[in-house]
Design a protein around this ligand. Structure first.
Ligand SMILES: [Fe+2]
Ligand SMILES: [Fe+2]
Length: 472
């Protein structure tokens, strides 16, 4: 196994694809379908080239190179993190056995399912974001959007490689389906709800990359623990790219909050809508929406499927090796969120069945980091207002609270109350129209839209006013 990418091939890779002609041909015949999908469902804004990072290696240093690239010619490749020769299964009933290079027959259906679900989210987000280029607040932001887009495309490649290499005809058929389902499509929607929501404006984009890409980080983190070594190594490398997507979200929301705070202080008012900024309550509502739909992505509070995945060694916990327990969990219990006699509460369950809750809690803890950053921006501006995460039962459509309605403070509401009051917590048509009215493109080098602050630094050491994108 070489870790140096082979760029002489049609499909750049570090998996010695040329040694397996059948697999190479299969992937080469999927490639034009991928490119068709990119052309029809990918970014709509015509560009000549974009200053993009391309993965070229998987080593600790210099794994990517930067340069202006025409997007359809981006070198989407297949990269697995380096093999850890002595790696052993870290959890479940196979704990301490050598990891698997092939798919064990008994776990084939489950692994296929896990890979297809992960794979489905990657092109979905590209579809959700396809029209955002038309309203980018700066060339820097436009470049970041396209970087996220091409890398989600590469993540699709990562999953399709696994499907083709390890799951035979069924895998190839699933790889085709990944291009046929489309975000928001009535006939063939994407598998998970949050990936059928549109991303119609840049505030949504930053919230999506903060909250929903972060869900991706946690899912990849559990698959990185997998006993199926190729899946583990694939996810490990994807996590490297994912970090940038979350940086885009984190600093994007930073900059919106910063600009709003500036305008509030400058004009000594909370009413900044008429002054070209996004009011804090509207930012809060967008946050509430994206956070709550992202919580749904972790699934029900309890799940026997996930318990089985864990026991089988298919999917671990976040930071499995840092957990201070036996990594089998057969005798442990935990408290999960639940509806008890109609009230929001907690219930003790077997630790194995509560693993979705465990992962969701890790995620929630991580999300608090963003809130702390944004509230520090408000505090530093001398403002008393603060942003917060809504209650776990708020706006949930999956799990224990799917059947009830709750305010952002966790107060239970009747269906009528919810209908009457939901506009206090979720973006209303008026809020959305206002945010969209601010979305005018700024394509001039070094310029930025009035509703957002410029970034503190550029990309790869380049200045903010660098020519990140050449429009067609
Ligand atoms: Fe991704
Ligand atoms: Fe991502």
């Amino acid at each position: 196994m070489t870790t140096t990418a082979d760029y002489s091939e049609r499909i750049p890779n570090n998996v010695s694809l040329h040694e397996d002609r059948r697999l190479q041909r299969a992937l080469e015949s999927w490639q034009p379908n991928f490119l068709d999908w990119w052309r029809t469902m990918g970014p709509t804004l015509p560009t000549q080239d974009v200053y993009l990072r391309t993965a070229v290696n998987v080593g600790r240093e210099g794994w990517a190179q930067f340069g202006h690239v025409a997007m359809p010619e981006y070198r989407w490749g297949i990269f697995l993190a380096e093999r850890d020769q002595g790696r052993r299964v870290g959890f479940g009933e196979h704990k301490d056995e050598p990891v698997w290079d092939k798919v064990p027959g008994e776990y084939r259906a489950d692994l296929l399912r896990l890979i297809v679900i992960q794979g489905d989210t990657e092109p979905a987000s590209v579809e959700q974001q396809r029209n955002l280029g038309a309203t980018a607040p700066s060339l820097y932001d436009l470049r970041n959007l396209f970087q996220v887009n091409v890398e989600e495309g590469r993540h699709l490649w990562a999953m399709v490689y696994l499907l083709h290499a390890y799951f035979g005809r069924e895998g190839r058929e699933e790889a085709e389906e990944l291009l046929h389902r489309n975000s928001g499509s009535a006939a063939a929607p994407r598998i998970l709800g949050a990936f059928n929501e549109e991303t119609p404006d840049w505030l949504s984009f930053y919230m999506f990359t903060y909250f929903t890409d972060r869900d991706g980080k946690y899912q990849l983190g559990t698959l990185k623990e997998s006993a199926f070594d190729p899946l583990s190594r694939t996810c490990e490398f994807m996590l490297k790219e994912e970090a940038h997507h979350m940086m885009v979200g984190t600093t994007g929301v930073d900059r919106v909050v910063e600009r709003t705070a500036q305008v509030m202080v400058e004009h000594d008012t909370d009413e900044v809508a008429g002054l070209g900024a996004i009011p804090l309550p509207v930012i809060q509502k967008y946050l509430n929406f994206h956070y709550s739909v992202s919580l749904d992505l972790f699934g029900g509070e309890t799940s026997t499927n996930v318990a089985n995945y864990y026991t089988a060694g298919l999917k671990g916990r976040w930071s499995e090796d840092r957990r201070q327990d036996d990594h089998r969990l057969t005798d442990d219990s935990m408290m999960v969120d639940a509806l008890i006699d109609g009230e929001i509460g907690q219930l003790e369950v077997a630790a194995l069945t509560g693993l979705n809750t465990d992962l969701r809690r890790q995620y929630i803890h991580d999300c608090r980091g963003g809130l702390n950053r944004w509230n520090k921006i408000l505090a530093d501006a001398g403002l008393p207002q603060r942003l917060k995460l809504p209650h776990i039962a708020f706006n949930r459509r999956v799990g224990a609270f799917a059947g009830i309605e709750a305010s952002s403070d966790g107060e239970q509401l009747t269906a009528e109350e919810w209908e009457r009051r939901k506009g206090e917590w979720l973006p209303t048509a008026v809020d959305k129209t206002h945010v969209r009215s601010l979305m005018r493109p700024v394509y001039e080098r070094g310029k930025i839209a009035a509703w957002i602050a410029p970034p503190r630094s550029g990309i790869n050491g380049q200045p903010f006013d660098y020519d990140y994108v050449h429009l067609a």
